[in-house]
Design a protein around this ligand. Structure first.
Ligand code: PMP
Length: 374
């Protein structure tokens, strides 16, 4: 049998594993930070209508520049992000993963490097590798906040071309202060002053769930600052694959150099536009999920867990110390029909806020686990 490594693949891909959150068929799935609420029926009907319209023109390529969609995304950001954003400052792609890939293809690549502060979203490192960008693992404090002094030092020393700041951070839930982002931005521009600075990408995939305002206003007057967002979480549309960024119009122009022509299908554009028409309803679910997230934090602490403060739609909990402790706890919770996520952070697991009933099932499973342990 031919194995991957028998093929003439690129050296840096040898022996590596693909992204692989388990997709197991269990009663309660709280492992991939999805929104537990299906789209409301009136929105489903509207999607069907808009997709039917698009279907009548499927013989044609889609709007390559997704003008209507970017206009509506800009309107959404202006309404909710605390900063006025114009269509020319917005770019959209198939999930924020593709946004990040396009940014790395444009600003990273062979001979260049990107830094992130780990534990963080594993795809930042994986997409870096996929685009031939060297990955630099930056530090965090024990409480999972970015260690600013160490981060500045790493930036000054390694001079990365791209800096990832995930806020709220996946998998820890930690939000990053605006002052910290600004300090990192300044450090990155100073370190790369000779080549026009470095791109700072604020990944706000979970921005809508935060207790704090969006970091979007930070793009003002900073051409190397990008905020990336997604419809996978707050809009409950992970299956849609729609991510977007806001930045200086020059960044939007720059990613055109690498994006595939017609990358965003007319079906995708039609569906996303329908969802944006129902923003208010969808944001009400976000409020419910925030309340459930806060309840998870409180109840997990009552059970006796350590919990990392969360600004996202998930909660990091532990501690399951000892060799393989977190994985054993993951398995024990799974045996009770609840799938959570072992992100490989020693001692910690992550649970996504689900419906109240799903969260109750999860909390019962953890209670049982803690009773067995004591
Ligand atoms: N950024 C972060 C921090 C994420 O957690 C995720 C999804 N898990 C993404 C980006 C990518 O999301 P999508 O491609 O679905 O927009």
């Amino acid at each position: 049998m031919t194995r991957i490594d028998d093929l003439p693949i690129r050296d840096e891909l040898r022996g590596k594993s693909p992204y692989g959150a388990p997709q197991l068929d269990v009663p309660v799935r709280l492992n991939t930070n999805e929104n537990p609420y299906p789209l409301p029926e009136p929105l489903v009907a509207r999607i069907a209508e808009r997709v039917a319209e698009a279907a009548r023109q499927l013989n044609r390529y889609p709007d390559r520049d997704a003008v209507e969609l970017r206009t509506e995304l800009a309107r959404y950001l202006t309404r909710t992000g605390g900063h006025e954003v114009a269509k020319d400052q917005v770019w959209a792609a198939n999930g924020s993963n593709e946004v990040i890939q396009q940014l790395l293809q444009t600003f990273g690549g062979p001979g260049r490097s990107a830094i992130g502060f780990e534990p963080s979203y594993s795809m930042h490192a994986l997409i870096s590798r996929g685009t031939g960008t060297e990955w630099i693992s930056g530090p965090r404090n024990d409480d999972f906040a970015i260690d600013l002094a160490a981060a500045r030092e790493a930036i000054a020393e390694r001079r990365p071309d791209v800096v990832f700041v995930c806020s709220p951070n996946n998998p820890t839930g930690t939000a990053v202060e605006a002052e910290t982002v600004l300090a990192l931005y300044e450090a990155a521009q100073a370190a790369k002053a000779d080549t026009g600075g470095a791109l700072v990408v604020v990944d706000e995939a979970y921005g809508e769930f935060s207790h704090r305002p969006s970091l979007l206003p930070l793009i003002e007057g900073r051409p190397n600052m990008v905020v990336s967002r997604t419809m996978s979480k707050a809009f409950g549309a992970a299956g849609l694959r729609l991510g977007y960024l806001a930045a200086d119009p020059a960044v939007v122009d720059a990613v055109q150099l690498v994006r595939l022509p017609y990358h965003l299908s007319s079906v995708t554009q039609a569906t996303a536009l329908a969802a944006l028409e129902h923003t208010d309803t969808l944001l009400k679910y976000v409020e419910q999920l925030k309340a459930e997230r806060d309840r998870l934090v409180t109840e997990l602490r009552t059970i006796g867990c350590e919990v990392t403060a969360s600004d996202a739609n998930f909660v990091q909990f532990g501690r399951f110390d000892g060799e393989g402790g977190a994985h054993a706890a993951w398995r024990a919770i799974l045996d009770q029909g609840v799938l959570v996520r072992d992100n490989g952070v020693p001692g910690w697991l992550r649970v996504t806020a689900g419906t109240p009933a799903e969260n109750d099932a999860f909390l019962d499973a953890v209670r049982t686990l803690f009773k067995e342990r004591s």
